[in-house]
Design a protein. Structure first.
Length: 485
C-alpha cells in the first residue's frame, strides 16, 4: 500500500531467501507487540518477498514445501491486508490538503474503531503462525534455491514472462480505465519488479527506482479509491455537496498520479521498450528456453548425466542427418533445438521406476506453458518426441498428431527416431559410446559409433531402437564400430 518498501534499504533488498525468511520471524515479534503501522508494513514486505521467491522456484522444483510456504505467506499477509489499508487511510485523511470537515471526523472515528478490531484479528492470526514448520522450511529451502543461482539464464526468461503479462495488463488498464484494471496492472508490475529484484540484481540496480515509483503511483491510486468507497459506505459523505468535494480532491490526487504514470510509460520515453531491451531475444532467448527446460528437468530426472549424454548423441545424429539432407534446410535449426529440449527432459517421468515413464514424461511436459519464443506447435512436437522415445510408434494421422501438418508429423517421427536411438546407445551393459557420425553407403545409412562393440549386449537393443528412424529416413540403418569403419 502507498509508498512501497521505504523501510527496506538497497542492501537488504538484494538479500536472498534465507534473509527474508529470518526477517519474517523477526517482524512477527515486532508486530505482536501492538500492530503498529511500520512493523505491519515491514512484515507484509518480508512475506511478499518470500512468497514471490517461492512462486518462482515452484516453477522448477516440485518440492511441496514451496507451495506450502507460499500459501502460508499469502494467508498471513492477507490477514494483515485490511489492517494495512486502514492504517494507510488514516494517513490520507490526516493530510493537510484533505477536506477538513465533519466527514473527516467520521472517517477518523470509523478507522480508529476498525483498526482496533483488525488488530485483534491480526493478533489471532499471528498465534496461528507455525514457527516450527517455518523454521523447517528456512533450514532446507534456501539450500534448494541455491541450485539456481541469481542471474541464471532461467530468470531473464521468467522476467520476460512477467514483462509480457504486465504489458498486457497495461494495455487493458488504459483501454478500460477502471480501478480493477489499474489494480491488476499494479500486481503485474509488482511481480515483474520482484523477479528482477530477487533474481536479476544487475538489471534491478538500473530498473528498480522507476519500478518502485510506478508501483507507488498505482498503489496510491488504489489507496484513494478504497478511501472514497469507505467514506461512501459508512455515510461519512451523505450529501451531494460533501461527496463532490471529496470526489474532487481524490480525483485530483489520482489524476496527478495517473499523469505521472502515463508520462513514464507512454510515448517515446516509455520504459516498456527499455525493459524489453534488457531481456533475452534471438539466440539469447533460445538459450534461455533451453536452460529453463534443463533446470526444470534437473529437479525431476533420476539420472541427469545420462540425459545429457543422450542429448549429445542425439545432436550428433541430427547434425549427420542434416549434412546428408535428411532434415530439410528450413527445419534444421529449429528441429535441433526441439531435439535437445526433448533429450534433456525425456526422463522426467522415470522417477520411482515407472514402467511407462515416457508417457508420464509426456504428460508432465504437456502441463507446462509453451515457452515464450516458441510456437505451440513447436512445443507439441517436442512433447511428442518424448512420448515416442519408446513404446508405440507414431501413426500418421493418429490422435496425438492431430493439429500438426504433414511436414510437422514427419519431423516429429524423425526426431522421435533420433531420440529413441540415441537413448538406446546409453543403455548399460557396454562401454560408453563417445561419438556418432553418419555417412551414406549406397541405399543404406551407416552410423559409426566410437566405443561400440558390434557383437556386444547392446547390439540387439539398437536393432530394435533404429526401426523408427529407418522408417522416417526411408533407408535401412547399419551401425558399425569406429574400428570396423
Amino acid at each position: 500500500m502507498g509508498v512501497e518498501d521505504v523501510a527496506v534499504n538497497s542492501s537488504t533488498e538484494k538479500a536472498g531467501l534465507a534473509f527474508w525468511m529470518e526477517r519474517v520471524v523477526r517482524e512477527c515479534d515486532l508486530v505482536v507487540q501492538d500492530c503498529a503501522p511500520d512493523p505491519v508494513h515491514d512484515l507484509r514486505v518480508a512475506l511478499r518477498r518470500c512468497r514471490s521467491i517461492a512462486q518462482a522456484f515452484a516453477a522448477f522444483d516440485p518440492d511441496r514445501s514451496w507451495t506450502d510456504m507460499r500459501k502460508e505467506c499469502a494467508r498471513l499477509s492477507n490477514k494483515f491486508g485490511e489492517l494495512r489499508d486502514t492504517q494507510v487511510m488514516m494517513d490520507w485523511v490526516k493530510k493537510p490538503d484533505a477536506p477538513q470537515e465533519l466527514a473527516s471526523v467520521i472517517l477518523i472515528e470509523h478507522i480508529t474503531l476498525r483498526e482496533g478490531e483488525l488488530k485483534e484479528a491480526a493478533s489471532r492470526a499471528l498465534k496461528g503462525f507455525d514457527r516450527k514448520r517455518w523454521n523447517v522450511w528456512a533450514a532446507r529451502l534456501p539450500e534448494r534455491a541455491g541450485r539456481i543461482p541469481p542471474e541464471s539464464p532461467v530468470f531473464p526468461h521468467l522476467a520476460l514472462e512477467r514483462w509480457r503479462e504486465a504489458r498486457w495488463l497495461h494495455r487493458q488498464a488504459l483501454r478500460n480505465r477502471s480501478h480493477i484494471g489499474y489494480h491488476r496492472l499494479r500486481i503485474g508490475l509488482k511481480k515483474f519488479r520482484y523477479t528482477t529484484e530477487n533474481f536479476l540484481p544487475s538489471r534491478h540496480e538500473a530498473w528498480g527506482p522507476a519500478l518502485r515509483e510506478i508501483q507507488d503511483l498505482l498503489g496510491e491510486m488504489h489507496d484513494l479509491h478504497v478511501l472514497l468507497q469507505t467514506a461512501i459506505a459508512i455515510r461519512a459523505v451523505p450529501d451531494k455537496e460533501t461527496r463532490g468535494r471529496w470526489r474532487s480532491w481524490i480525483g485530483e490526487q489520482m489524476r496527478q498520479r495517473l499523469d505521472r504514470y502515463r508520462q513514464m510509460m507512454l510515448g517515446k520515453g516509455s520504459l516498456w521498450p527499455v525493459w524489453r531491451a534488457g531481456l533475452p531475444e534471438g539466440e539469447q532467448l533460445e538459450s534461455a528456453i533451453m536452460e529453463r527446460l534443463r533446470t526444470w528437468a534437473s529437479f525431476r530426472d533420476p539420472d541427469c548425466a545420462r540425459s545429457k549424454r543422450v542429448a549429445q548423441l542425439a545432436q550428433q545424429l541430427h547434425d549427420g542427418l542434416t549434412r546428408l539432407n535428411f532434415m530439410g534446410a528450413a527445419a534444421a535449426g529449429k528441429s535441433r533445438a526441439l531435439l535437445r529440449a526433448a533429450a534433456l527432459t525425456h526422463r522426467v517421468g522415470f522417477s520411482g521406476r515407472r514402467k511407462k515413464g515416457h508417457k508420464e514424461s509426456f504428460r508432465m511436459i504437456c502441463r507446462l506453458k509453451t515457452p515464450i519464443g516458441w510456437e505451440a506447435s513447436d512445443f507439441k512436437m517436442m512433447a511428442l518426441t518424448v512420448l515416442y522415445q519408446r513404446g508405440a510408434l507414431p501413426a500418421p494421422g493418429g490422435k496425438e498428431l492431430r493439429g500438426l501438418s504433414a511436414e510437422q508429423q514427419h519431423l516429429t517421427s524423425m526426431l522421435s527416431g533420433i531420440l529413441r536411438l540415441a537413448a538406446a546407445f546409453t543403455e548399460s551393459g557396454q562401454g560408453r559410446i563417445s561419438r556418432l557420425s553418419l555417412r551414406k553407403s549406397g541405399q543404406s545409412l551407416v552410423i559409426i559409433a566410437r566405443g561400440y562393440q558390434e557383437y556386444g549386449p547392446l547390439a540387439q537393443k539398437l536393432a530394435r531402437a533404429r526401426y523408427l528412424l529407418e522408417i522416417a529416413c526411408g533407408l535401412p540403418i547399419i551401425i558399425r564400430s569406429s574400428g570396423g569403419a
